[in-house]
Unconditional design. Sequence first.
Length: 350
Amino acid sequence: MEPLVRATSGYCIVKIELTPVTQANLVVIQGRIAGRADSYFGMSTVALRTPPEIQATDEILKRGLWDVTISTALRSEVEFSYVLEDVQNPAEIGPSAWDITTYLDTVESESKKDAKLGAEGFEILGSIRVHSDSRIDPRVYGAKDSVIYFALRNSDLIRAGSVLELHAPPGYVLKNETFVRLSGIVEEEGRHGLDPAPSGTSEYVYKILLSADITEDNEFAFTITADLPETHHSESRWLVQAVYDEVVVATNDLGFPGFALVGTLPFSVVPELQTPGAEIILRISFSLAAMLRGETYVSLEITAPLGFKFSSGSSCLKSSSTEGSGSVFGGCIGNNNVATLSTTRDILEA
């Protein structure tokens, strides 16, 4: 069983493999924190990932608060697997234990076939939440020595002697020994800085050795310094985790989406007329350093000096084009000296 989200109360993916001894057509799965009778995995929103061809008819028959019943065609001594999505982790930390029981036709006790109770599962870790008011100054692509402000909250105790790790996304160059404590966290003097990152992650990890506990449900804040990416990267998430005795004990599960960086936008404006008070057409030319992508469209906001007034409503766009292609913007809303244009597609090419 291997989850993709390990922190308390997060929604994870769980893969369960079993080889039944007896033929059956129902399997009931329930997970909890080992040794706890009141800390279960939530199953009310669980979904079954499209199964392999051998299990093409598998489907969820019933979702309970703490268990799920799957209709399946189990055969003796044949391995079966189930990938459960949107399983909610318990609010408590600790190793998980799983009860897996098979039945024939009905989940009554007399129809029980095979059972594995208390199967050892993965560890549920403390949660580290990066608050949305975390920020960068300046936040322009390619900026040097930007100060990154992190505001965080942990769900469970992080003990003194733990190492807080910051794994930056691609393009960030973290600066060594730039950690500045603000509140709620105390570091060992001189015991913070860059370490080589594990293969496949950022080039370096910023590590901070804690000299005091970070108590449970506590807010803490600090800053570090970094050079920012030159251009947009598809991966912008930060991994923040606490490690004690070389074991991860708390994590944000890459749940922080990262910072909204901005690029420079060189442009020129050429008016058709320069007569005061005249209704004119402005030709605005600009270039992007990198392509921009939105969920459904990209907006461009143009703010003119006070005194200028764009056509109100959706009629302020005369035409738009890029070199070698047709129309780029499909609409324009004018509001006094501000015009907002929206692209016809979800991208704006560089």
